[in-house]
Write a protein that binds this ligand. Structure first.
Ligand SMILES: C[S@@+](CC[C@H](N)C(=O)[O-])C[C@H]1O[C@@H](n2cnc3c(N)ncnc32)[C@H](O)[C@@H]1O
Length: 206
């Protein structure tokens, strides 16, 4: 028997997002909103990829800038929620959620990324909630491979919009971006109690 969860929605950026997300799915948060604001300011493109889509809000906002959005997450519950939220907004033809990592993603002109960035001891048990925030001992465990992968999928002029925290060694992220051929600037930043959240806007060089 198929039972549908009784649904109520919150609205963000004009999109409906299920209010009762299951616990291991990252809910729309301050860093999500910073990423969404930066994504909404990008030039229009044909294809975008949202890496680590969570509940799908960032993917939905990316659909305002791209004709087609490919949304990836390694948490199957996040992919399921993204599918539900995409359907609730009648965008199933333009936003394609899938279980997977960057290596599965297509070439695109825009990559958006709010990776797990908090420095923490290596996860004892890699549970799905931890997957959303645990960036490993230096906070770089997930982001650095994602940067390399995104760089390989973006043509010159392609853009990467990325959330970081000053709890990470951000100079290492900046150096890696430069080594991968990106020019970058800080699009926005917000001070919090123990950290500053930053959104980097990066453009792939020729
Ligand atoms: C901080 S949440 C961001 C969710 C959403 N983009 C937002 O801004 O609200 C990070 C997401 O990345 C996913 N994730 C972690 N490692 C990943 C990987 N290697 N590839 C794809 N997604 C990953 C997590 O499951 C989680 O949903």
């Amino acid at each position: 028997m198929c039972t549908l969860r009784p649904q109520s929605y919150s609205e963000y950026y004009g999109f409906k997002i299920a209010a009762n997300l299951p616990a291991p799915v990252y809910p729309p948060s301050e860093d999500s909103f910073m990423l969404c604001d930066a994504v909404a300011a990008q030039p229009r493109v044909d294809k975008a990829v949202d890496l680590g889509c969570g509940c799908g809000l960032t993917s939905l906002v990316a659909s305002t800038r791209a004709s087609r959005v490919y949304a990836y997450d390694t948490n199957p519950l996040a992919v399921k929620e993204t599918k539900l939220n995409v359907a609730a907004n009648n965008l199933s033809r333009r936003v394609r959620p899938a279980l997977g990592e960057c290596w599965e993603a297509p070439a695109a002109q825009l990559y958006t990324l709010n990776p797990p960035y908090l420095p923490s001891s290596p996860p004892m048990r890699q549970d799905l909630s931890e997957l959303a925030w645990n960036g490993g001992p230096d906070g770089l465990r997930v982001v650095l491979p994602m940067l390399g992968c995104a760089a390989s999928k973006l043509a010159p002029g392609g853009r990467l919009v990325l959330v970081c925290s000053t709890l990470q060694p951000t100079h290492m992220i900046e150096k890696r971006l430069e080594r991968l051929g990106f020019s970058w600037r800080i699009h926005s930043s917000k001070k919090r109690l123990y950290e500053e959240l930053r959104v980097y806007e990066c453009v792939k060089g020729g």
